[in-house]
Ligand binder design. Structure first.
Ligand SMILES: *Cc1c(COP(=O)(O)O)cnc(C)c1O
Length: 431
């Protein structure tokens, strides 16, 4: 904070497409999609229009005991595009709360639907996980720097090693490892399932952990094991949802359906804070009963399912259809991997990870030994500062440089972003 006080802050006043413009009129490419939310670019006419149109009707009315046309229509649309079997939508207003909702729903589900199962109220999750900043989400997260201070406030959970292939905790190599990292997970599910309400995971790619990509088949195995051992699979698609990985939802790469799914970030195309937790008819039914049974899910935020948010989310999904966003991603993903190839030759680039339009570049002090830079060297920060001077905004995760352009990014913009990134990494001293 002290440094921030001394810096000249960058104040963004407007935006257009992939470009942000500050109060001095300087232009920057939005290399983070405004922290992973923007999809179709800033000031997209259809999205702007949707908000204005809804504003002409009403800005907000509560979803507690009432509903609204945009909330109803959006729920319908979400069910249509979500992994098959997800049939019910519970709104909230940000990614963390969508995860909190999933955790609470899972615990209450077991109590009401399977009281004979006993005390299933803990969760399994991966190490290095990030599921948001509220305390329940932090409890199922494991990012030391963000979370360690709050340990006394967190509920206990079970943890498993993530598939971090570049630094395999088992020092094995894919595919000859045969995904041996799943074995300890199976062991935990087998021996502790009577305690476990759910397994919380980001599907396909652990984003805030540093863009850690799960090998093909991993998520499917996890789904099978959760089913076998009677543990709910809770997927956090807050970062991965809405096309970011190359399909509408990351689960769809592995053809699986979770029991609960949290979505937010891209839900409104990056326009408004809105979130939802999707679930199955089976879980929904556990919350039905006579009034005096009090089976209600007691959870409702003031701005839950905000009509402006739902209206722009509907427009967002419409743009996916009218602009064929997903189909048009394929050549961009290919172009991006081509553009990233030369990075292998940079002396401090240890690993390049790409899934769809999500990129993590792990910088290391020593390429041969994979020796990491110490956090205090602020390597990511230095690269981001160099990029900012060249007109690209980034926000690294420690030593991992993240590039996450809007899905609407043009080939030229993509090439420009990657060029700036390359030049910025090159500014690091070679030692
Ligand atoms: C951003 C994020 C969250 C938290 O969402 P907020 O809207 O910031 O509360 C949760 N999970 C994942 C995977 C995220 O990327």
């Amino acid at each position: 904070m002290r440094e921030w006080e001394q810096e000249v802050p960058l104040i963004i006043e407007r935006g257009k497409g992939s470009t942000l413009i500050d109060t001095e009129g300087r232009q920057y490419l939005d290399g983070t999609s405004s922290i992973w939310v923007n999809l179709h670019g800033h000031r997209h006419p259809a999205l702007d229009r949707a908000i204005k149109k809804q504003l002409g009707k009403i800005a907000h009315s509560t979803l507690l005991g009432l509903s609204s046309p945009p909330a109803i229509q959006l729920a319908r649309e979400l069910i249509r595009i979500a992994p098959k079997g997800l049939a019910r939508v519970f709104y909230s207003d940000n990614g963390s709360t969508a995860v909190e909702v999933a955790l609470k729903m899972a615990v209450q589900y077991w109590q009401q639907r399977h009281p004979e199962a006993g005390h299933k109220h803990t969760f399994l999750h991966l190490k290095l996980a990030y599921h948001g900043d509220t305390l329940g989400a932090v409890s199922v997260g494991n990012i030391e720097l963000f979370h360690s201070r709050f340990k006394p406030l967190l509920f206990p959970t079970l943890e498993a090693e993530p598939p971090y292939c570049y630094r395999c905790p088992l020092t094995l190599t894919y595919p000859s490892c045969q995904m041996a990292c799943v074995d300890p997970i199976e062991q935990i599910l087998k021996t502790r399932h009577h305690q476990l309400a759910g397994f919380v995971i980001e599907p396909l790619i652990q984003a805030a952990a540093g863009m850690l990509i799960q090998p093909a088949g991993y998520l499917k195995r996890i789904r099978e094991l959760c089913t076998k051992h009677n543990v709910l699979l809770i997927v956090d698609e807050v970062a991965t949802g809405f096309g970011r990985t190359g399909k509408m939802f990351a689960c769809q790469h592995e053809g699986i359906t979770p029991d609960l799914m949290a979505i937010s970030k891209g839900l409104t195309g990056g326009y408004m804070p809105l979130a939802a937790t999707l679930t199955t008819e089976e879980i929904y039914k556990a919350f039905l009963g006579k009034y005096e049974e009090f089976k209600t899910f007691f959870h409702g935020h003031s701005y839950t399912g905000n009509p402006l948010g739902c209206a722009v989310a509907l427009a967002n999904l419409e743009v996916f259809r009218s602009e064929k966003t997903i189909e048009r991603l394929r050549p961009k993903m290919k172009a991006l991997s081509q553009l990233l190839k030369p990075f292998c030759d940079l002396p401090h680039v240890g690993d390049i990870r790409q899934q769809g339009l999500m990129v993590g570049i792990e910088l290391v002090r020593d390429k041969k030994t994979k020796e990491p830079y110490p956090l205090k060297a602020r390597i990511g920060h230095r690269v981001a500062a160099a990029a900012r001077n060249r007109g690209l905004l980034l926000r690294p995760l420690g030593n991992i440089i993240v590039l996450l352009p809007p899905l609407s990014v043009s080939r030229d913009e993509l090439a420009r972003m990657v060029e700036i990134l390359h030049n910025s990494i090159e500014t690091l001293p070679a030692d």
